[in-house]
Design a protein around this ligand. Structure first.
Ligand SMILES: Cc1ncc(COP(=O)(O)O)c(C=O)c1O
Length: 372
């Protein structure tokens, strides 16, 4: 039997993720459109992006927050190209995006020595292998495998190297040990349901110290340059962006931050995300044909929830097509490089009531393709 009710919002994509409940594009504060981003107005709006992010995330006072080009990818690559090469590097990778950073470090930057610690989809490498005298590159939440780092206990508070963390599907959804993270990046299009285009770059004082004391041996394109005359370009961290940003995307991001404030800040956003995961956990516990790809419950992502289904790959695909066609769940197929399965976004912008309505549809689609 087809379930009677459909989710009110069928957008469960893992990026760009669903807009926040109640989102209305016509309500964005658009007074900056058509104005220079370097006008007093433009700069003050961009400055708010930095300061409000810092406040809502509860970052240490000494940390800097900047808006950079090219979404999370831009922010991560800016960090890798600007900071690495001063020390040996340890890279931890367990899914597609982490693998991509590993390629950058080894084949593009050709750094040496590099130690690589990898794991199959669904698992974490042994983070305990991290050497505190090395720079460490890792992803907090593996969006394509649904495996997250459970805590920062493995990072030494007395480390000499830098920790560079791609936090794109974790920031505003998981508690991050900021004091142990020297570089954190994320994009607006994930947990906050914002737009692509711009990335956020968060730097600790130790990362700034590296930028001011070390010059990479390779040339840096203008778009990556964070220093001027050997000093940090502080303007970037006050909203004086390297090049022209989309003020429309900026307005959209500030709208998302205001929404986060209204749901109880970061803690409220994390709580919503956990509640969303709990809906899927309840369903998985009651059905033996579906399982989490993450082997270890503590490492289970509460944003990009990846599930395997007891069906051949083409049948899983059929399930996603059916659900899409019924208008109950869009874009929930596993990432193209990941094992076949379902990936359902559980970040704060998704309503748990919609996930509750989606669950019986999973059962329905499974029965349709396995019995049909
Ligand atoms: C872990 C991770 N890193 C990087 C990216 C790339 O993000 P963007 O497309 O915003 O640059 C993604 C996108 O899904 C991601 O999940």
């Amino acid at each position: 039997m087809k379930p009677a009710e459909k989710p009110a919002n069928p957008n469960f994509s893992s990026g760009p993720c669903s807009k926040r409940p109640g989102y209305d594009v016509s309500r964005l504060a658009l007074e900056s459109l058509g104005r220079s981003h370097r006008s007093a107005l433009g700069k003050s709006i961009l400055g708010r992006v930095c300061s409000e992010t810092k406040e809502l995330l509860g970052l240490p006072d000494s940390y800097r927050v900047g808006v950079v080009p090219a979404s999370d990818t831009g922010a991560v690559e800016m960090a890798l190209w600007s900071l690495l090469g001063a020390r040996p590097v340890d890279v931890f990778a367990w899914e597609s995006f982490g693998q991509g950073w590993l390629v950058d470090v080894t084949r593009q930057l050709k750094l040496d020595p590099v130690r690589t610690f990898t794991a199959a989809y669904g698992e974490l490498p042994d983070l305990g292998q991290a050497d505190p005298s090395h720079d460490i590159v890792f992803t907090w939440n593996g969006t394509t495998s649904g495996v997250k780092v459970p805590d920062g206990d493995w990072i030494s508070p007395a480390r000499e190297g830098l920790t560079i963390c791609d936090g794109t599907s974790a920031v505003f959804a998981m508690e991050l040990p900021w004091e142990k993270l020297d570089v954190v990046t994320y994009s607006w299009q994930k947990v906050l349901g914002g737009e692509g285009a711009h990335g956020m770059l968060i730097l600790s004082p130790r990362a700034v110290e590296r930028l001011e004391s070390y010059t990479p041996a390779w040339p840096l394109p203008k778009i990556f340059r964070l220093t001027k005359g050997g000093k940090l370009n502080e303007g970037v961290f006050r909203g004086e962006t390297i090049n022209t940003p989309s003020m429309l995307c900026v307005a959209d991001y500030l709208d998302a931050l205001q929404w986060v404030r209204g749901i109880g800040g970061q803690a409220g956003a994390i709580e919503r995300s956990r509640r969303n995961l709990a809906v899927i956990e309840g369903f998985v516990a009651d059905h033996d044909w579906i399982r989490f790809l993450a082997a270890e419950p503590a490492q289970r992502s509460n944003t990009s929830v990846c599930l395997t289904v007891d069906l051949p790959d083409d049948k899983v695909k059929e399930m996603t097509v059916l659900l899409d066609r019924e208008g109950v769940a869009h874009d929930i197929g596993a990432y193209r490089d990941a094992p076949a399965g379902l990936r359902i976004w559980c970040g704060a912008t998704v309503e748990s009531t919609d996930l509750e309505k989606l669950m019986p549809w999973l059962e329905w689609a499974y029965r349709q393709v396995s019995e049909g």
